[in-house]
Design a protein around this ligand. Structure first.
Ligand code: PGA
Ligand code: ZN
Length: 403
């Protein structure tokens, strides 16, 4: 048995400099796992609460009395047992007492300690039924930031490179190349502009949505020519962020829901998008279904804020045909068990999953293991910046280990 003998929770900073928590789990054998939980900025309304009232500091204050004693002597190999103890310590449906970030950090740290004790890579102890060999996700890499992740950028939150190749080194190289080519293209068009980078490492420039898409598609085409890798443009609209009073309010246009559906389908046509995330408001399950029908199999249509990695919301989306893919963020759900319930439900109904970072993330690589363990269609983790590259490099190592 992988008996837990110590559990600690401490303060660290995420990539935006905001406080978050990291958990350390120590086993009787001396094996340990230390894992931090990331934080979002354009959080979905239906995510579990990241922290109790009072923030990360309050989560840390409560931990020794309300969480640690429940973890003592549990078997770290028994994920259901560890995660049930976290729910019991919390006692609310939204993790508002101990914080979803506490649940995430502890749940993943326990799995990490268990894997270390067995001397196997983390993905092996996380592997879902039927996942016996490592296969590698497409890289969904953020090349240009807008919305809440970049003051002064376009209203669409993320302009992405969707890079698919059997070997991670090829998909990563392609996504990195698109990022570089896009930066060069913006610089050529606006030589006087000081180009910055946003929260997820994508460029920030005061350009419009359509102009950004034109430049992104051209960069993808050039990278395809140069490298021979399948890399195509994608977007995360994070549309809830600019949906107010029943309308989608862009800086240059205001659209009714039907027009938004048509606008997004047109963007897919005009720019050859292969990836479209959150094209509509997080409550618009029927309009989501309309856009998914219009796009068909031309693109991965991904629900993030609409589902928040929560089973009841995903069930509703599956019943209505709202999307053909679900974004998976552990700390939207709380524990790994909660996350896997969503992953397994999506897979059972033919939806793919995309394993995702948060905009305020940490220089840790465990997300790559989660993507491989769940046979994810994509790993959405950015392209540049230490907290993004940590995940790409971990995927690269996994590719090497099995290659
Ligand atoms: P986040 O959003 O800021 O909540 O991490 C990223 C996303 O919308 O995918
Ligand atoms: Zn999103």
């Amino acid at each position: 048995m992988s008996r837990i003998v110590a559990a600690d929770l401490e303060a660290i900073f995420d990539g935006r400099g905001h406080p978050t928590v990291e958990a350390t789990i120590v086993l009787e054998s001396g094996a340990r796992g230390r894992v931090g939980a990331p934080s979002g900025a354009s959080t979905g309304a239906h995510e579990v609460r990241a922290f109790p009232e009072g923030g990360a500091a309050e989560a840390i204050r409560r931990f020794p009395r309300s969480v640690a004693p429940r973890l003592a002597n549990l078997d770290a190999a028994d994920r259901a047992g560890v995660d049930a103890a976290l729910h019991a310590a919390d006692g609310t449906p939204e993790f508002s007492a101990i914080g979803g970030n506490t649940a995430t950090a502890v749940s993943v740290a326990a799995a990490t300690a268990h894997a270390a004790e067995r001397g196997v890579p983390l993905w092996r102890v996380l592997a879902r039924p039927g996942v016996e060999r490592a296969s590698f996700p497409a890289i969904v890499g953020n090349c240009l930031n807008g919305g809440r992740h970049a003051i002064g950028g376009p209203d669409i939150q993320e302009f992405l490179a969707f890079a698919e190749a059997p070997r991670p080194e090829d998909s990563i190289r392609a996504a990195v190349r698109v990022h570089a080519l896009l930066g060069e293209a913006i610089h050529r068009r606006y030589p006087a502009l000081a180009l910055g980078r946003g929260d997820e490492g994508g460029w920030v420039a005061p350009i419009g949505n359509v102009e950004a898409l034109e430049l992104l598609s051209a960069a993808c085409a050039k990278a395809r020519d140069e490298l021979g890798t399948s890399v195509h443009p994608g977007i995360d609209l994070a549309a809830s962020e600019f949906f107010r009073d029943g309308k989608y309010r862009y800086r240059d246009r205001t659209l009714d829901p039907e027009d938004q559906v048509a606008f997004v389908a047109q963007l897919v046509d005009d720019h050859g998008l292969r990836y479209v995330e959150d094209p509509l408001d997080e409550e618009a399950f029927d309009d989501f279904a309309a856009v998914t029908r219009a796009i068909g199999d031309r693109a991965v249509v991904v629900g993030d804020d609409i589902y928040c990695t929560r089973v009841p919301r995903l069930e509703r989306g599956i019943a209505l045909g709202s999307s053909n893919s679900a974004l998976i963020k552990v700390n939207q759900a709380g524990t790994l068990s909660d996350t896997f319930a969503a992953v397994d439900l999506a897979r059972a109904h033919g939806l793919s999953t995309v394993t995702s970072h948060r905009s305020g993330d940490l220089p840790e690589g465990w997300l790559a293991h989660l993507a491989v363990a769940t046979a994810a269609r994509g790993l959405k983790c950015g392209v540049l910046g230490g907290e993004r590259v940590a995940k790409l490099n971990e995927l690269l190592r996994l590719g090497r280990a099995t290659g």
